[in-house]
Design a protein around this ligand. Structure first.
Ligand code: CA
Length: 233
């Protein structure tokens, strides 16, 4: 699985430490302490994943995340020194896949990186496994990891993909936020339940005709989410 990680962190010591752990796990690591340089490296080197510090000296990590997300679906793991939940939610709403609050264990960071990449593992050459829902309103090809909503192919982050596939597993069944976390992450951590809502918001923006009145991913008040379409025969 190892691949190339772009590490964007201006604290030199921390950057060296994380680089060392990632390299030991087999990853090729590119690093920079500048947000502007990160954007040009993300473009030229096409890394498999970006670890992004939110507090950068030139442009904010949020701005970097926004541009990376506009350009594609490269997974982003955010590093934040701030303990504010609002700050983390803001990052997740920009499409980051996961976040780690400083101080963190470099070992845990590597595990998170591996978990994200495993979720997005490419399945080139796999036989198509197509499931269709709502008379073709939603088509999911799990083997090729593609989704088409209302005729448009959509590009989803690994987390958004995980949520959609979990819900589509049993259309109509209500999944609690906690269940969805476990399905997409394989682990849980404090404060995570609300962040599922941010990912759902992003997912709806991509797949729903009217994100304010979702037909595909529906909220069940006080319970969680469900797929609002039935599986086509
Ligand atoms: Ca920083």
């Amino acid at each position: 699985m190892p691949g190339t990680v772009l590490l964007v962190e201006d604290e030199r010591k921390l950057c060296d430490l994380v680089r060392c752990y990632l390299e030991r796990a087999g990853f090729a690591v590119l690093s920079t302490g500048s947000g502007a340089e990160a954007l040009s490296m993300a473009h030229s080197a096409a890394p498999d994943l970006i670890i992004l510090d939110l507090g950068l000296p030139d442009i904010s990590g949020h701005a970097v995340a926004r541009e990376v997300r506009e350009a594609g679906s490269t997974p982003i793991l955010m590093l934040t020194a701030r303990s504010s939940e609002q700050d983390r939610i803001a990052g997740l709403e920009l499409g980051a896949d996961d976040y780690v609050t400083k101080p963190f264990s470099p070992r845990e960071l590597v595990l998170r990186v591996q978990a994200i990449l495993r979720r997005q593992a490419s399945v080139d050459g796999a036989e198509p496994a197509i499931s269709s829902y709502g008379d073709g309103a939603l088509v999911i090809d799990e083997a090729r990891r593609t989704a088409t909503a209302f005729g448009q192919q959509v590009t989803l982050t690994p987390t958004e993909w995980g949520i959609l596939v979990a819900l589509a597993g049993l259309p109509g069944r209500v999944y609690s936020r906690f269940e969805l976390i476990n399905r997409v992450r394989g682990y849980d951590f404090e404060g995570y339940e609300r962040t599922i809502d941010s990912h759902v918001k992003n997912l709806r923006r991509k797949i729903e005709e009217d994100p304010a009145n979702p037909r595909i991913v529906q909220t069940v008040l006080g319970a969680g989410y469900r797929l609002g379409l039935t599986r086509d025969a």
